[in-house]
Design a protein around this ligand. Structure first.
Ligand SMILES: C[S@@+](CC[C@H](N)C(=O)[O-])C[C@H]1O[C@@H](n2cnc3c(N)ncnc32)[C@H](O)[C@@H]1O
Length: 183
């Protein structure tokens, strides 16, 4: 769904001054750097109100932000903002594809920030002791595409995805907890 007639905008604010230094993650893998292709947002956009300002909190090379912006959303973010130490002043929701090795940490912080979120994560992120207790405590709703998404590797080379991903959402007030979508 295209959102014609609205100016696409990506805000690169430098809020927070000294707080914003490049993040140091406890662990990282090359798959942590995979970018999100445009097709991945096709199943999310119908459930993402166009009035919501989006914080893309794991910016990377800006791939997902660019696609959201192209659809007319106001997206804030910056590759230098460490998700664990910085929060922009103004945003309505979080939409991101978090680094895989930090799924638990991103998920937990999203709940704590208490804004609607949509995280693109492997379906296997339904498993796990820590995630299970977070889902139990706060709730979770999924938008599940009928195909695997081929992510963009740091070298730009494509490759068949070896896992199925879904949008893990909270406070999107979906009509059902599991929504299956044809991509
Ligand atoms: C799977 S990539 C996705 C990039 C982008 N969100 C997208 O969908 O195209 C995850 C990104 O999160 C970044 N990242 C890792 N730790 C982070 C942190 N603490 N705060 C913000 N971003 C982080 C990584 O450098 C990587 O670029």
């Amino acid at each position: 769904m295209m959102r014609a007639g609205k100016m696409a905008r990506i805000d690169i604010h430098h809020q927070g001054g000294a707080e914003m230094k490049k993040y140091k993650n406890m662990k990282s893998r090359s798959s942590d750097e995979f970018g999100t292709p445009e097709i991945a947002i096709n199943c999310l956009v119908p459930y993402l109100p166009e009035s919501w300002a989006i914080w893309e909190c794991a910016w990377g090379n800006g791939s997902l932000a660019k696609h959201l912006s192209k659809r007319g959303y106001n997206v804030v973010g910056n590759p230098d903002w460490d998700f664990f130490t910085f929060e922009p002043e103004h945003y309505s929701c979080i939409v991101t594809n978090p680094p895989y090795s930090l799924n638990d940490e991103f998920l937990e912080r999203c709940y704590i920030l208490d804004k609607p979120f949509a995280l693109l994560m492997p379906l296997t992120a339904l498993e796990g002791k820590k995630r299970g207790s977070l889902y139990n405590l706060y709730g979770i709703q999924l938008i599940i595409p009928n195909k695997r998404i081929n992510f963009i590797t740091p070298t730009g080379e494509g490759g068949g995805a070896w896992f199925q991903t879904a949008w893990f959402t909270w406070k999107f007030n979906l009509q059902r907890d599991l929504i299956f979508v044809n991509l």
